[in-house]
Design a protein around this ligand. Sequence first.
Ligand SMILES: [Zn+2]
Ligand SMILES: [Zn+2]
Length: 314
Amino acid sequence: MRAWVVDSPGPVRTGPLVLTDRPLPEPGPGEVRVRVRCCGVCRTDLHLAEGDLAPRAPRITPGHEVVGVVDALGSAVTRLGIGQRVGVAWLGGADGSCRFCREGRENLCLAPTFTGWDVHGGYAQACVADERFVYVLPDGLDDDQAAPLLCAGIIGYRALRTASVPPGGSLGVYGFGGSAHLTAQLALRQGLRVHVLTRGSHNRALAAELGCDSVGGPTDSPPELLDGAILFAPAGELVPVALGALGRGGTLAVAGIWLSDIPPLNYQADLFNERVLRSVTANTRADGEEFLRLAQRLDVRAVDVRDDRLDRDR
Ligand SMILES: [Zn+2]
Ligand SMILES: [Zn+2]
């Protein structure tokens, strides 16, 4: 089968991804093989290809927004059957036995397996996955709509919950790409006021089109104090900016797996009054199941977004 692999991590223009030929993988015990129909491109794939995140296996195939159909079952598979349409996401496995797994926080597992980082992902004609970590996709959701929900959507959902905005409250969204535009739709439909602070003109127009309450540049002040905010842009310099826009007791959730360095914070200016700064690390399967149900019910739809860097480079 054909598969893309990260050969030597480096800037995308140097071609770190290489197309190769590999035998079709055979599913092991408890695993299924998924024939890939489509796979989304997540910012994390870019971080891996460009070497921001250290490789955890040589010549790995990225891709963790995989939509496909089960076409082979390993031994002891009980949950899934041949022909079922499924999604394979970032959390490919957890040990189930560490303190965090036992507490229902498998996103913090001490021995996790990530799709497209530890094991081959979906930039290929097929991949294998632990059936316990595979999502059965609802009917009525097209393949290309389902794919971005599997990481951009799920992580955004966890970030939204982490930002702890009370019902009817205000949410700041810093950076407006794949994950943010899905999260903003969810927040709006749940009755929050959403203020978007981002650079790219294309994505600013998109934020306005989706009905966000205000749209400004990344360092602008939103029109009201924020009850919570999510930093989607991997830009550490925005942390004090976003903290400064929070009201008392507000939370800033950093959604990315990678962030450039955060400048020194000033306790009084940036954190006092019980403002909270939190990261968001992967997700639990329960997050994924909840989000996929909500996304379908509230008709959260992926549309064309653009990497803000394209605007900057122009
Ligand atoms: Zn664990
Ligand atoms: Zn991702």
